[in-house]
Write a protein that binds this ligand. Structure first.
Ligand code: FMN
Length: 151
């Protein structure tokens, strides 16, 4: 039976878009079999989307020392409906910021600890224009989380 990787992202700029596309490319690499990759904008994702997935990649800019309001909204809406039903599932995170992403990293660590999700790869945090190694790290992130879902 195929598994589902859900990419929940807030993508407000070309740099964030480049990271998002690199994550998707890694997650959909032909070597990864039996994993369907579903993408949802953070302002649109539902608890049903979250429950239907087997693993997650979260993507957001750092805003005002925290995750974007959009990703915060996703968890505001979904947190309690999925609590205890998604425990143990793997997840990854990519962040884009220009002034420091630590607050956003801490926020995701705290939210995912509450949910019982398991960090499947190092967080990818990028400042400024993403270079080739940065986009490769995003690719690796997508591939790593997707590979964990392979039978
Ligand atoms: C209201 C606002 C607050 C922001 N706060 C932070 C922040 O706390 N830390 C940070 O690293 N970047 C911050 N940024 C920069 C965004 O993370 C950045 O705009 C986003 O990642 C997109 O990157 P780009 O504008 O360079 O394309 C902020 C941007 C806005 C609009």
């Amino acid at each position: 039976m195929s598994k589902t990787l859900l990419v929940v992202h807030h993508t407000p700029s070309p740099f964030c878009q480049a990271m998002f596309e690199a994550v998707l490319a890694g997650a959909t690499d032909p070597q990864i079999e039996g994993v369907e990759v579903v993408r949802r904008a953070a302002l649109e994702v539902s608890a049903s989307d979250m429950l239907a997935a087997d693993g997650y990649v979260l993507g957001t800019p750092a805003n005002l020392g925290y995750i974007s309001g959009a990703l915060k909204h996703a968890f505001d809406v979904c947190y309690y409906p999925i609590l205890d039903s998604t425990r143990g599932r793997p997840y990854g995170l990519y962040l884009h910021g220009n002034e420091g992403t630590e607050g956003a990293e801490r926020a995701v660590q705290s939210i995912t600890t509450g949910l019982g999700w398991v960090k499947a790869a190092d967080y990818v945090a990028i400042s400024g224009k993403p270079g080739k190694p940065d986009l490769e790290a995003c690719w690796e992130l997508g591939a790593t989380v997707a590979a964990q879902l392979m039978g």
